[in-house]
Write a protein that binds this ligand. Sequence first.
Ligand code: SF4
Length: 67
Amino acid sequence: MKITVDRDRCVGAGMCAMTAGEVFEQHEEDGRVVLRMTEPPAQLTDDVAEAEQLCPSRAITVDPAAG
Ligand code: SF4
């Protein structure tokens, strides 16, 4: 699994950080998403998928076949 984020699309809603805080955090100044890791371990797959779905601006892209 490989994750990419589009910070230009991110609106800083924070759903990702609340759902999968090991992977996503919010920049302390602009509030937009920052990736803590791009290829998370398998046990985080479900949380990452949920974060992708919950993101209101579709800023998170997950490629399950990569990584
Ligand atoms: S849920 Fe989406 S819009 Fe909200 S902080 Fe995360 S990436 Fe940005």
